[in-house]
Design a protein around this ligand. Sequence first.
Ligand SMILES: Cc1cc2nc3c(=O)[nH]c(=O)nc-3n(C[C@H](O)[C@H](O)[C@H](O)COP(=O)(O)OP(=O)(O)OC[C@H]3O[C@@H](n4cnc5c(N)ncnc54)[C@H](O)[C@@H]3O)c2cc1C
Length: 311
Amino acid sequence: MSDLAELIDSLERTFPHAVTRTANLGELTTYRVGGSAAALIRVVDNETLDRMLAIVGGSEIPMLMVGRGSNLLVSDNGVALLAVQLGEFFTTVTVEGSSVVAGGAAKLPVVARTTVQHGLTGFEWAVGVPGSVGGAVRMNAGGHGAEMVDSVVAVDVVDFRTGHRTIRSAAELDFGYRRSNLASHELVVGCQLGLAADSDGQGRERIADIVRWRREHQPGGQNAGSVFANPDGDSAGRLIDQAGGRGMRIGSAEVSTKHANFIQVDDGGSADDVVELMIRIWELVRDVHLVDLRPETRLVGFDPSRFPWVS
Ligand SMILES: Cc1cc2nc3c(=O)[nH]c(=O)nc-3n(C[C@H](O)[C@H](O)[C@H](O)COP(=O)(O)OP(=O)(O)OC[C@H]3O[C@@H](n4cnc5c(N)ncnc54)[C@H](O)[C@@H]3O)c2cc1C
């Protein structure tokens, strides 16, 4: 039996209610297409986390941390790994002075609104990003001229490979544009943000403006936000649009007519259609603009040899 199968058996014996075998991962993503993981474990509290770490810690099984699935596309064929998702316990947000401590599963829009209610500024941008704090740290999510690295002070991280839980400073995470050095076996359990007092008291207005801007410029439906990262000094949406990609369709997946860097997929559609469309767009932009785009969406369980981009 493989290490993965043995560990799933062991986790299931210890946490019979927290482990789901052949868990539908696609359902946990905002694309709402794609296949399943070998198993999913929901971490209900710190005690579960400690016991889980005692079982999994030190192994080299393939793992995937799942936040709100707003930046994930999972292969239709599924993927042989253990998926991990934090539960309600990890959604708390506490504010003391200008310091905000948020659980890894806290929703970004909730954190954004809470900070404004406490008279703080610097996190309003996150109101339009439908992810979790953990996913945002991993991705160094950002928008409207700000990103996580601007406010992250320290991050509580569990490393299932070493079996250790440590507090890491922002500098240790080596944040870059939509990236950090966190690996697939590292779970962000919580995060401390340092914000500033809102001296002009315009936080609520800034939140309302951002929400309005998002409604006007971004589509709803089944998507995962920006498909490609913006190249230096340019916008992936503009490049795709000018290359004629807007509205392009493959099977159940279509380049949004509202924002050319978004792909929308039909209800009951397929992740394979999304990836095929991504490849088609990538080739189009390279042919027309001589620019190699880099995917922003995390692709899980696909054969990387079919991708024209450097994974
Ligand atoms: C409509 C829409 C608008 C969006 N707008 C923006 C935007 O303006 N700016 C932007 O940056 N992004 C945007 N996104 C993308 C997405 O919301 C962000 O990347 C977000 O930070 C992902 O968080 P998540 O919890 O959904 O992570 P997931 O999609 O679940 O995961 C993303 C990555 O983070 C990892 N991960 C998730 N949770 C954890 C955790 N607790 N610990 C460690 N790793 C974890 C995953 O393994 C994966 O590698 C948008 C998405 C949508 C659907």
